[in-house]
Write a protein that binds this ligand. Structure first.
Ligand code: PLP
Length: 326
């Protein structure tokens, strides 16, 4: 691999690491506090298109190292992966599994945008779309997680389940890569990290690494309002689904009316040239509110922009008036 010429021997060498970080781009016109350096970390430039490349690659490597997946086995005869996913983890897992020769089955709620369901199939996954009523929410069954678990139990020879909602490697991926990248990219000057909560792997991993370096760094989580339609994210009321979340690791949780995720994403595209998806739009709004409290404040903030807008065109059409009209 040669980073200067950007020539890689295979796609896996493109995965992000301290030596090959995803870019930090400074936000200009949309930063309300001129003395505060506000950066977006563009995770959509990872090889399979989102922040979830980090957890997915870490989990696959571990399954291979433990012999749960056998390197070199054929797709037809060997064991594959089954995973409940709102899309991005599945897309990363499916692309990597296909390139390595493993089968992949994704259990996906209906509300996941069409673009993601199709991309999962393009990447080579078998996709089970389940009724949203079965999705994890207070008082309901375990939905997609339960179904994936049944596959892994009933068809042990065919499937192993990484389980991003319980797998510590989902946190560790960010301790090993995202945190050190941010530390190096900001030369240790980072004061704030703005994150969202899906499995909470990013939030927990970044908190562990960054607070280990400097306990005064603030980790601020941004959540969409209840009943939201922001794929990949959870409101606090939905967080019991993930075993990774520990509120004590977070300095503040901001709740934002979810529609703002869409309007801010559009604004970032049109004003900053950043093709942010709705989860990035939501995180930006959280950062903006923190900076608006004191526009004279100084600091260095990093917003995790997990995914771009391309996979959310149908959601954008649903939530932003006029976009879908000819
Ligand atoms: C677009 C998007 N943003 C944010 C997240 C949240 O990341 P995490 O699962 O690490 O909390 C996800 C997770 O799937 C996602 O798909």
């Amino acid at each position: 691999m040669n980073h200067q010429t950007r020539v890689y021997d295979n796609v896996f060498e493109m995965l992000p690491s301290e030596e090959n970080p995803s870019p930090l781009v400074r936000v200009g016109k949309m930063n309300p506090a001129p003395n505060f350096e506000l950066y977006a970390k563009l995770e959509w430039l990872n090889p399979f298109g989102s922040i979830k490349d980090r957890a997915a690659s870490e989990m696959i490597r571990d399954l291979e190292d433990r012999g749960e997946l056998k390197r070199g086995e054929t797709r037809a005869s060997g064991r594959g992966i089954v995973e409940p996913t709102s899309g991005n983890t599945g897309i990363s897992l499916a692309a990597m599994a296909s390139a390595k020769g493993y089968a992949m089955r994704a259990i996906v709620p209906q509300k996941v945008p069409l673009e993601k369901r199709v991309l999962l199939r393009i990447a080579g996954a078998d996709v089970d779309v389940i009724n949203d009523q079965m999705c994890p929410s207070p008082g309901m069954g375990e939905g997609s997680i339960g179904i994936a678990r049944s596959y892994a139990k009933a068809q042990k020879d065919h499937y192993v389940m990484p389980n991003q909602y319980e797998n510590e490697l989902n946190v560790q991926a960010h301790v090993r890569t995202t945190g050190p990248e941010i530390w190096r990219q900001t030369e240790g000057r980072v004061t704030h990290a703005f994150v969202s909560l899906g499995t909470a792997g990013t939030a927990m991993g970044l908190s562990k690494f960054l607070k280990g370096k400097n306990p005064s760094i603030k980790v601020i989580a941004v959540q969409p309002s209840e009943g939201h339609d922001v794929p990949g994210l959870r409101n606090k009321s939905e967080l019991h689904v993930t075993k990774l979340f520990d509120e004590k690791q977070i300095d503040e949780i901001l709740e934002i009316p979810f529609e703002l995720a869409y309007t801010r994403a559009l604004e970032l595209c049109r004003t900053e040239g950043l093709f942010a998806g709705p989860s990035s739009g939501l995180i930006y709004e959280g950062a903006r509110q923190v900076l608006e409290r004191d526009t004279k404040q100084k600091g260095v903030g990093v917003m995790m922009f997990c995914d771009n807008v391309f996979k959310y065109v149908s959601s954008m059409v649903k939530h932003v008036k006029g976009l879908g009209e000819e």
